[in-house]
Design a protein around this ligand. Structure first.
Ligand code: ZN
Length: 197
């Protein structure tokens, strides 16, 4: 994204995410942090996240958007890594998990088919907002996410990592993903533009 005049806003209320999103982030952290990962997380978790973690996270249950962002931030702080870098990695890992679990049917070599489906499945993962995918000529396209009551740059960076890894797994080479507008900056949509070879 280019220079922005205003600061990114974070709004954590008003939306819910599917447990499968939290689970992918939890798995990534367990791989990085080892055996005592869960205990460290539970000890450091702010209230809403702690409540979500009180019982096993269920893939098909809904959790507050705030819990997901608190999770990403707590993971970054426990690993002493920059939160934006961690968010991108979490997104990439989530794509690997999702594509392995839910998208077995997809043919490699056609990222367009994946992104079209991804936009259609938006409401399976989030109970707010909408997604529209527009394929462009050759290896390029844009996905617009809009109507979000809640937002966080960590969510957007994680989406960037997710789309990039997904396009790679669908056979795209030299994948470039760029969020050109963002709801966190008061713009109408988070619009991601992709290119691949
Ligand atoms: Zn955004």
């Amino acid at each position: 994204m280019g220079e922005r005049r205003r600061e990114a806003e974070e709004k954590l209320e008003g939306g819910q995410v599917k447990g499968t999103m939290l689970l992918a982030h939890l798995r990534w952290f367990e791989r990085q942090a080892g055996a005592d990962a869960q205990a460290r997380l539970a000890a450091a978790a702010p209230a809403v996240l702690a409540e979500a973690l009180r019982q096993s996270v269920m893939p098909i249950s809904w959790y507050p958007f705030r819990a997901l962002i608190e999770l990403d931030r707590t993971i970054a702080s426990l690993l002493e890594l920059p939160a934006d870098r961690v968010a991108r990695e979490l997104g990439r890992f989530s794509a690997e998990q999702n594509l392995t679990l839910f998208y077995k049917a997809f043919q490699r070599g056609d990222p367009h088919a994946f992104f079209r489906q991804e936009a259609l499945l938006h409401d399976r993962f989030l109970d707010f907002g909408q997604a529209v995918y527009a394929p462009h000529e050759g290896g390029a396209g844009t996905i617009r996410l809009f109507g979000y009551p809640c937002c966080s740059r960590l969510f957007c960076l994680s989406a960037e990592g997710y789309y990039q890894r997904a396009a790679e797994m669908m056979g795209g080479r030299s994948v470039v993903v760029h969020e050109v507008t963002c709801q966190c900056f008061g713009e109408a949509a988070c619009e991601y533009s992709f290119r691949w070879k």
